[in-house]
Ligand binder design. Sequence first.
Ligand code: HEC
Length: 606
Amino acid sequence: MRYIIAITFALSMMAPSLSAAPVSGEAVYKQRCAACHDSGNARIPPRDELKKLSVTHILRSLDFGEMNNIATKLRQEEREAVAAYLGVPGGNGLPAARAYCADRTVKLASRGKTEWNGWSPALTNTRYQPNDAAGLPLGQVSRLKLKWAYGFDGDIIAFSQPTVLGGHLFVGSASGLVQALSVESGCVKWVFQATGPVRSALLAVPLGDKHALLFGDSVGWFYSLEAETGRLLWKKRPEQHEATRLTGAALAYQGTVFIPVASWEESRTTNADYPCCTFRGSVVALRIKDGSQVWKTFAITEKAKQTGQNQWGPSGAGIWSAPTLDTKRGVLYVTTGDNYSAPATPMSDAVLALELATGRIAWSRQTTPGDVWNSSCSAKGDCPGPDYDYGSSVILEKLDNGRDVLLAGQKSGMVYALDPDRKGEILWQVRVGQGGTNGGVQWGMASDGQQLYAATSDVTRSLAPNADALDPRPQAVDPKTGGGLTALRIATGQKVWFAPPIVCGPAAKRGCSPAQSQAVSAIPGLIFSGSLDGHLRAYSAEEGKVLWDFDTVRDYQTVNGVRATGGSLNGPGAVVAGGMLFVNSGYARLGSIPGNVLLAFSVDGK
Ligand code: HEC
């Protein structure tokens, strides 16, 4: 058997050089892509979604993007052939000349009033925008209308949280194009091409008389751009592991930027030959002025060793979300994910406190011990772990009695209040969802000082056979399960209200799900929460009543002339600043709805 395979393999390797026939893109697809992209695995965009991408986008993904690891086996002509076979011709991703603003200057105030900078307006990660910066009175929310839409050319995903500074908006995209737009009209000021997809929120910090714009990409690069021009100041890999993925927004403090490091090695195990696993989550502190390293701290203290055939460990404990600043105690807090392979370690699925100056771990609080899980487990069903990562940041809040409290929401569906003065001792814990591999609490909660708002994902996939023969996905998200928004009293954990999920109607498109895994955002009196069915809703903070509802799943006439559609809302959440509301629509993962649009709303669309 082995022998025959070896010969066939040798022949197939030789074939292209023997014949002068052009490489068949379809053949490359069948040999190198179909195993994953036609597999129906909910984490992989199916072939018909790839077919909506531009040739350039697919090539970019193979040459230096998300598919780079797979493409290492492919020669350039094979890459070009498969991209041409799959993609829509053209699409260099750069905006058309008419998409640019007449005036391209970017002037940033040293501390603007109407800003939402990075993951949360406050570095305590409350995701709460006070009145003067939000500029959106409670009574006006029902009058919110679309002011403009901006399309991400050739993308099937829109997943980066915008950063708003005065009249300017900065946003990443799945193609790796970072764009600076005018808040007023959505016209383009400048663009910068990153190496990989940019999902993390961008963070602007003063640097001399200008600003540095700091962010990471999904293939492990971290960048500092001049925010005024988009010029690259420096670019570093904070972690050498090839599966590194930077999704959490960075935190900056006193000349240092703190970068949370995650990876997608967990899903590399869909390839049975992959030696799993060696990645270790970390926080890396770099000097903002030149990107040089101050310190690096791993969430797993020992390096992975070989533990069996194709087996390595310990591994995992990726850090997916933005660090939280605590200047009073001189620490930052991060949350960690599960272990990818045995042995399990004590700082996975945990909240960690790291000293700002040294990176030393002051304390850690693990809430799910022994969680070893990777993507091959769901197929084989032999993993101990429930896959209960933390995907969201810890919130630091002050109680009325003057004490501080840390609030953490986990994919398990649990919300914890921890005592920062007692090494994270649990003060209260409350369940807000059943929990699962895609949350529970997924990407982020918000807090207004009195109440904490936790959205529930609890997305489930229906295993019913697909009636549509042309749809390569054998399973889709369940249109009836998941969702809901819970308000908890911060002091006690007591439930104040629960806004039940609004399930998909009978006419809803395939991929519809009421799950609310998107990060929640808050302004005085209002909570914004999006769902996988593409609805963005504003809830009253007082009683959880829906005061405004916009279905983002539709086609848009965009200001940059790109054909765009909305899709699932997931990942980073809505942003409110200067009387406007911004959200990216189209987080096409897990069998949900693709899209490629950035939406800007204002009162009466003015
Ligand atoms: C081992 C499995 C695997 C193989 C083989 C594979 N892919 Fe993928 N591909 C994935 C996964 C997983 C994703 C989604 C990545 C993510 O989570 O963002 C993806 C995403 C993509 C995307 C979208 C990424 C983007 O930049 O928007 C493109 C394009 C793509 N693959 C093209 C290809 C092509 C072309 C081939 C064959 C040459 C291929 N893939 C082979 C697993 C695979």
